[in-house]
Structures are given as C-alpha cells and as structure tokens.
Design a protein around this ligand. Sequence first.
Ligand code: ACM
Length: 551
Amino acid sequence: MDLIPAPLGLRADADQHFLLDAGTGLDGGPGTEGVQRWLRDTVGAATGLPLPPGAGIVLRVAPELADEEYRLTVGAEGVELVGGPAGLFWGAQTLRQLLGPEAFRRAPLKREGWRLPWLTVEDAPRFGWRGVLLDVSRHFLPKADVLRYLDLLAAHKLNVLHLHLTDDQGWRVEIKRYPRLTDVGAARERSMVGYRSGGNRDNRPHGGFYTQDDLREIVAYAAERRITVVPEIDIPGHAQAAIAAYPELGNHDVVDTAALATWTDWGVNPNVLNVDDGTLRFYENVLDEVLEVFPSTFVHLGGDECPKEQWRASPSAQARIKEQGLSDEDELQSWFLRHFDSWLAARGRRLIGWDEILEGGMLEEHSDKGGGGRREGGLAPGAAVSSWRGYAGGVAAAQAGHDVVMCPEQQVYLDHRQAPGDDEPVPVGWVRTLEDVYRFEPVPPVLRQDPAAAAHVIGTQANLWTEFMDDVREVDYHAFPRLAAFAEVAWSRLPQEPAERDWAGFAARMAVHRARLDALGVEYRPESGPRPWQRRPGVQGRPIEGAPPEV
Ligand code: ACM
C-alpha cells in the first residue's frame, strides 16, 4: 500500500475495493468532530466528495486504545476507523494515503474512481515526540508557510513543531510589554549569503514577526492536527536581537551594547545576556506572555553556544559568581538556566534545552552540595534535553533520569547537504542522504542495554536551521524527501539495528510518496540532483568531508 510511515500491522483482507462516491457518508461518535471536519475539508476538497452525515466512513473514539493508537478497517460495508483521540487523526492520514496521490491535491482532478482496498491497519507510534525544528529567526517564514508546514508534518504523522523564535539575527514573537523586541529586533539590515568566509552580503533588509494572535492561530491549527508547538526563547546566548532592542540586557560593563544591532552575520556570537536581576525579571515577563500563547508543557530555553568571554570580563557577572558561591562561568550559566527551570516548574511547565544545559554540574542531585545553604545544583526532575552535539548529552541525561529528545547534528540536521558535489545549494555539514536519515537510530546501543534509561528517550527531532535557506522553497528542498524517512524512524517500530532496516522497501514506497509530495506542491530534492533553479552557484558553503564521527 506504500504507506509512509510504515504502520505497525497491515493485513490486506482480499483483493477487493470499497468505492467512494457522492453518496458515501461520514459519521462518528462524540470526540470525532475534529477528524470529521478535517476529512471533509481536506479529503473532501481533493476528491470533490461531499461526505454527508451517514453510513460509509464511521469514526469512533475507543477508550481501550492508547491516545495515538488506531485501527482502520475497510470492507464491503465501508470504513471503520477507531482510535484514541489522536490516533483517529493519524488513521485519517493513513486513509488519505490509501486513496492515492491525487487525494493530496486541494481540488479534484477527477470526480469518480476513488477507492480503498479492503484491509485492516493496526498502528501506534514508537515515540511520543516526533519533532521538527523550524528556525524562523535566521530567516523568517511567513505565517502561511508555517501553517503549510503543519499540514506537511501532519501528513507524515509528525507531532511536534519546535519553533526557534529568537536568536541573534531576529526576534519573531510579539511581546506586548516590550515592543522594541519586534520594533527593533525583528529586522536586520542585511544578511550574510552563504558561509562567513565567502564574504558575501546582500544589501537587503530582512525581517518579520508573528503577532500573539498569529501564534494563537498557529497553535490552534496545530492542535487540530494533533501537533504541539514548542516555543524556543534562546537564553543566555543567541540573544543579540534582544540586546539590540534593550541594551541593558547585555554585558554593558564590558561592551557598548547600545551600539549593537540585530546581527547580520551567522555563527556563534560573543554578545550574550548579562545575569543581573533586571534581566531575570525581563525574561520572566517575556515568558509570562509566551506561556499565555503556548499551552505546551515543554518550553525550550535554548542554552546552547553561550561564549563566556564577556562574563569573564564583567565585574557584574563575577560579583554574581561570588554571591552565589559558584566556581566558574559554566556554573553561572547553570545558575541562570536553573532559575528559569524552577520558574517554569512552579507554573506547571517543563524546561527543555540544548545539551549544553547539562554543563556546570546540572546533572547533580538537587542538594546543598556546595555547603553554606546557598547552592541547589541540578536540573528540576522534569527538565529535558535536546541532544544535538551527538548522543552523549542525551545518554548522560537519560541515565540520570531526565527525558531526552535525540536530534544529533551528525544525523538529523537537515540543513546539512544531501549529496556530495558542488551542485547542492550552499553545501554545509556532512552528507546525509535519504538512506542515511532512514538508517538513523534514535536510541544508541549503550541505552539499548539499559531499558530504564532508554525509556527516557521520549523521541527524536529533525532540525531545519535556516542560515542558508532564505525562503520556503529552500526549506522544502532541504526538508524533503528526507523528512519522510525521518517520519518513519520516529513513528515505525523498525528493527532495532539500523543495518537491518529494509531500505529497498522504503525506497520503493518512496516512488509513490514522491507523487504525494508532488500533489502537495512540495519542492523536494529530486533523486537526480537539484534542478537548475535549486542550485546556488557561487555561494560558498562549509562542507565537512568524510563520514560523521560516532558520537
Ligand atoms: C544548535 O544547533 N546550536 C542547537
């Protein structure tokens, strides 16, 4: 049936089909209204079938099934779809795939001949967190593109959109209390084109931001599709856009922060937040508004790539180190993040951060380990880690009892190139082909030997950093078709050993899946390489040669 991601179980009941026509009805019990609406809106639009209330396709919430589990049966009487509340929606995605690629258009090319094979699909995901990061800071993605990406995630049974909303190069979320964050921080004068050493700049301002109502709409649209939007507000590094808007947030006892603008370079930036009380209060106020817009349990606070030079030079940061009895700037960073970790926990939310948040003694127990009654080392028990520099951070966190989302840059950074050679648009990183992504295993061998720790790997995520993708067409090129392989890694209970995965079988299913992506209007990378207009001749990248290291 060419389903992607592959379901847990599929039995073709006979070589027969159920035909859908204008009389085919759609009905369901309580709790199925949202999925009925989605089927009428989406499958109805593609097929031209009105799907009036009545017999034909029947939906039911089944309390005995897990939230994301479903069972889809097609026979002589029609379709029965039962599932947990979310499982019903994933079952509806399977039903759409079974109708053929033309069910992925927005208007019908044909009015009849819609048919479903008799079968039973019993399905449930391997991981509860099947995520994609969109970096809307480096290059802003208009709201319409974000909504389209939610549809693309849903079609692949992916269920977390991690929105990287703030960074040095742009602040993208309206904060009513601090309007300069977007008045100043949402725009930059120009951008670097390609990698730093290429020396290329455009002379074109770039910017954009989402109002809180835009974000509420995105969150609600996602929720209808069983997708959680996890916002990221990156602290204490990657914060120059905020400092440009409010210079008092930076290390003004070291550098002239009033002279800083939203950053026009890519890379790791020395201009980080200061650790004064005013900065703590500022970000609490920001987060108050963020929590109001995003109901997600997890709130991502970054924590990555925070150079410590300014803190080393800053009398104010050094005074904080002394006051808190900390031993160095790494511990100062953990003190700063721990503050917000506790702040979120007190509001029933959970911190998630990049694996740098483990530095500075963060995996130690909550205790007064320093003596003197001042220190409280360690992350709150509910805090979780996005393991990006490899598996190691995630392994250490899981072994210490913290939840982990595995997203190692060596494997699932989809800004990295898809093939060797100069034709790839702005070639950066390691070569990660469709097959490489298909063979990615989120639970490394060391954790497979330790089931209790392995259970803390709550999922996996593919990250789309956009320094070198300046519009949605380039995001499509980098994301697809690899996101289809990633979806199968995240959803399907594949053999544990990546080498045992049926790559040939997946590649064969991809032939049909590419037709679905064509119908959806996704500008994926063709197997034969980029089309002429998908190349970026002359724009320098930063390819890394050889296979990525095992980390
Ligand atoms: C990261 O790639 N800096 C999380």
